[in-house]
Ligand binder design. Structure first.
Ligand SMILES: Nc1ncnc2c1ncn2[C@@H]1O[C@H](COP(=O)(O)OP(=O)(O)OP(=O)(O)O)[C@@H](O)[C@H]1O
Ligand SMILES: [Mg+2]
Length: 213
């Protein structure tokens, strides 16, 4: 489904002014699974995932995404990456279903109503599918953001604070979906939650990349 997605990060470095956020991160993965990015508040998790997703430019180093062994052009990275975070915004005036349809159309893909129903159902949002997102609670918005990030079957799924605003039922549903998706895709959690880091088969700790070496 994801056509053999793989990622290669080499000497990735980000500084803001004279502050080193991370220095020379190297990471390579060509198999599906769950990976974690850990570190305390303000350490650089969100900065790193923004750079990986192509939303922020690195100071130096490279990130290469591959599909079936071929490097993905910079302009197409958005189609192989699924991203959910507290700073991704949904279209507030539109309904959940319209948000999903728009997102697929922007990507030049055909809206898959069955997939929308299955995902909205599993996050208990199907009965509220026609409500405008501005009428959603914060936990409902978080559920929709996660759905939003996976409807185009990305090879790399990055969830920054995946369970922010979620109750225990929501958390359980997120972990279940992440485990399923990790059979075919690389799923990355950027998180402070011990449970989430514990689910990951490999973890990048930002604090290991603070030295100017
Ligand atoms: N645009 C920016 N300009 C300057 N500094 C920034 C900018 N964005 C982030 N930073 C700084 O980079 C550091 C890392 O921030 P980041 O948001 O990546 O941390 P985080 O690990 O995600 O923290 P949290 O757990 O609180 O979400 C912080 O010191 C922050 O102040
Ligand atoms: Mg953060």
């Amino acid at each position: 489904m994801n056509d053999n997605y793989s990622i290669e990060i080499s000497d990735l470095t980000k500084v803001f002014g004279s502050r080193i956020i991370f220095n020379k991160i190297n990471f390579k993965r060509d198999t599906p699974g769950l990976a974690g990015i850990a570190g305390p508040n303000g350490s650089g998790k969100s900065t790193l995932v923004k750079v990986i997703a192509g939303l922020l430019t690195q100071s130096s180093g490279t990130i290469k995404h591959y599909l079936g062994g071929k490097e993905v052009h910079q302009n197409s990275v958005y189609s192989v990456v699924g991203f959910a975070s507290p700073y991704v915004y949904l279209y507030d005036e539109f309904s959940a279903l319209e948000n999903l349809e728009i997102s697929m159309k922007i990507r030049g893909l055909k809206p898959d109503q069955e997939n929308f129903k299955a995902l909205l159902d599993r996050f208990t949002l199907w009965p509220r599918r026609n409500d405008p997102v501005k009428a959603y609670s914060s936990g409902m918005k978080q559920r929709l953001k996660l759905i939003f990030s996976v409807i185009h079957s990305p090879g790399l799924i990055i969830w920054d604070e995946p369970t922010a605003n979620l109750d225990s039922d929501g958390k359980h549903r997120v972990y279940e979906l992440a485990s399923e998706l990790a059979k075919e895709s690389i799923v990355v959690f950027a998180t402070n939650e011990e449970t989430e880091i514990g689910m990951c088969s490999e973890v990048i700790n930002i604090l290991d990349y603070k030295n100017n070496k």
